[in-house]
Design a protein around this ligand. Structure first.
Ligand code: PLP
Length: 366
């Protein structure tokens, strides 16, 4: 396997270091694609770049029914609408980005949170079953958090046993694998985000991946106001189309994706080497591959986490908690203890000296 060296440029500690940075592709390449957009004067409502990106992503991910959309939140809202969760109870995780739950609320679902596994920080299948065996739910919404796949076999069993649709928030999990297989072989719909800060991006954007062709065909109408090819609207949709300008960015970033993945994986390996014994890492008991997008670490308790944030901030290094159940204040959340997790800075071409500096700020034993 190819190893990519981390940038050896001198790392200037007087510049603040943030949790992430968007990946910028070659500017000239992007401009060439934009020249074509200007020549054709076709900016959106489909077009050759959108078609090209759709085809290339299908091939890259090995999926059949993929639809590009304007952002990951709309992907979630559309998936929720398609599975008819309005006024129904939906089970999801309290430990995720706000959009997983806000989109549920927006679509009129009654949100119920289920407990997470202390190692993978993903929904615990046993806890889910204790909910499912007691009452009916409109859908399950697991998140493949920080790119680590949930226990997909166990969730598939629940899907069949309780005849409940599963909508995966796979915003972090573009290239994740479970027991050697694509995670997209599981569940009913996967929603992905292509926001600028994600591993692969189109500035703003997202995708939906479907198990069934019928769902895919329906979603194609729903992202275009609900119109069919003749302009008839048999079901109210919304505008969730991706533009040609956004698709152009996606095509450029996709050219570099293998390099981005290898580079981030290398940084994660260095982090893990240096942080061994100081913190806990996300882990799973089953065979899986985690998309190398975040560097989350868990502390013994909130005090240690706060101490760590302080000592990093003192060096102008700004990690992020990213997700905390308490932030979902619009829900009636009542939680057992959740792990104290912090995401350390991780981005393309992160200097090894920065990782060393960060590791030296974490003198705590786990
Ligand atoms: C980024 C993200 C979203 C939202 O995607 P956008 O493209 O920003 O709308 C949803 N869920 C999770 C878990 C995310 O990280």
């Amino acid at each position: 396997m190819l190893k990519y060296k981390l940038s050896s440029v001198f790392f200037c500690m007087s510049k603040p270091l943030y949790v992430t940075q968007p990946y910028l592709p070659d500017k000239e390449k992007y401009y060439r694609l934009l020249d074509g957009v200007f020549e054709r004067n076709q900016l959106t409502n489909g077009g050759p770049l959108l078609e090209d990106l759709t085809g290339r992503l299908k091939q890259y991910l090995g999926v059949k029914y993929l639809l590009l959309v304007a952002n990951g939140t709309l992907a979630l809202q559309l998936a929720y609408k398609m599975k008819g969760i309005a006024n129904r109870k939906v089970l999801t995780t309290p430990y995720t980005f706000a959009a997983t739950a806000t989109a549920l609320d927006w679509q009129g679902a009654q949100i119920e949170f289920s407990d997470i596994d202390p190692q993978s920080w993903n929904l615990c299948p046993k806890a889910l079953e204790s909910h499912l065996s007691k009452e009916e739910f409109g859908a399950l919404v697991p998140v493949n958090l920080f790119g680590m796949p949930c226990h997909l076999d166990a969730l598939e069993t629940l899907r069949e046993r309780y005849k409940v649709p599963i909508i995966y928030d796979s915003a972090h999990a573009l290239v994740s694998r479970y027991k050697g297989k694509s995670i997209f072989e599981y569940g009913d719909i996967h929603c992905i985000s292509f926001h600028a800060t994600k591993l692969f991006h189109t500035v703003e954007g997202g995708a939906m991946i479907f198990r069934d062709e019928a769902d895919y065909e329906r979603a194609k109408r729903l992202i275009n106001f609900g119109q069919d090819q003749f302009g008839n609207v048999s079901e109210a949709g919304i505008n969730a189309k991706m533009s040609e300008v956004h698709a152009a960015m996606g095509l450029c970033v996709l050219d570099d994706l293998d390099t981005i993945i290898a580079n981030r994986q290398n940084a994660i390996n260095i982090y893990k080497e240096r942080l061994k014994g100081k913190v806990q890492f996300q882990s799973a008991k089953y065979d899986q591959y985690t998309t190398p997008m975040y560097m989350p670490v868990a502390f013994k308790n909130e005090e240690q986490l706060k101490l760590c944030i302080k000592s990093l901030n003192d060096q102008q290094i700004y990690p992020r908690k990213y997700f905390s159940p308490e932030a979902l204040a619009f829900t009636d959340i009542s939680l057992k203890k959740t792990p104290s997790i912090l995401c350390l800075p991780l981005f393309y071409s992160m200097p090894e000296s920065a990782i060393a500096k960060i590791a030296n700020c974490l003198p705590y034993e786990c």
